[in-house]
Write a protein that binds this ligand. Structure first.
Ligand SMILES: CC(C)(COP(=O)(O)OP(=O)(O)OC[C@H]1O[C@@H](n2cnc3c(N)ncnc32)[C@H](O)[C@@H]1OP(=O)(O)O)[C@@H](O)C(=O)NCCC(=O)NCCS
Length: 201
């Protein structure tokens, strides 16, 4: 993929990362990035540990799921590349829920060997800006497995608060045989992007 495609699509920014909206031609490299970040041996190079929750066979996603998301009218996938080497370094997805003025974040990943350099903060902030500028949303939401408290703390330091909402980890997300506990649960976090905007009457 040429640099021209990257700069033509949406945005280019500092900190040696450039980003654009994903296309279906990204599915293969996106699946590898996400699966290697969320589990398995390579994920151990990063700081978020799920090896006590899922076996190595538990794949977070596949190319077919990503293909459908990228083609969906309600989702946008942002992909982040090195400015110089153009290798995929991170990604994040956004789902637009206009009825509740909300964007829902998912599939947020940084290549395990590149974590803890500030890329995650840059990607999250780019996603928030994308949702505000393109969809004019008031809230950003996401969910985290309650058994990963260090990740919940990470989002709280970025201004997200615990909504109190809990939900059993969806059985369709990962095959039950790949989960190492039967009490997996999602915790929903939210951030208000427009604190001063008056709420509709
Ligand atoms: C979550 C993720 C995207 C963050 O990306 P990143 O590039 O590492 O993030 P940053 O470099 O911006 O920030 C690293 C943070 O981790 C913290 N951190 C580093 N090592 C840590 C550890 N062992 N325990 C707890 N926190 C740690 C740092 O203190 C820093 O937070 P701070 O800036 O508030 O102090 C990345 O870890 C990842 O891909 N994880 C696997 C997939 C995943 O869990 N995605 C989120 C699903 S909800």
């Amino acid at each position: 993929m040429s640099m021209t495609n990257i700069t033509d699509t949406i945005s280019i920014d500092s900190d040696s990362l450039v980003y654009r909206v994903a296309t279906t031609s990204d599915c293969h490299s996106l699946a590898a990035l996400i699966n290697n970040s969320y589990g398995g041996e390579l994920s151990r190079q990063g700081w978020v540990d799920r090896t006590h929750l899922f076996s190595a066979e538990g794949r977070r996603t596949n190319e077919n799921t990503l293909f459908n998301m990228i083609n969906s009218d309600t989702h946008v996938f942002l992909v982040f590349f090195g400015e110089d080497d153009q290798t995929l370094k991170g990604c994040i997805s956004l789902e637009h829920k206009p009825e509740v003025k909300t964007a829902y974040i998912g599939m947020f990943a940084v290549r395990p060997d590149l974590q803890s350099r500030g890329y995650g903060k840059f990607i999250l902030s780019a996603a928030e800006n994308y949702a505000m500028n393109n969809w004019n949303v008031q809230y950003i939401e996401l969910s985290v497995i309650t058994h990963i408290p260090e990740l919940i703390s990470y989002y709280k330091r970025r201004g997200y608060t615990d909504t109190g909402q809990r939900q059993p980890y969806p059985a369709h997300a990962i095959p039950p045989e790949a989960t190492l506990r039967d009490d997996l649960e999602l915790c929903f976090l939210s951030k208000c992007l427009k604190k001063n905007e008056e709420k509709p009457i």
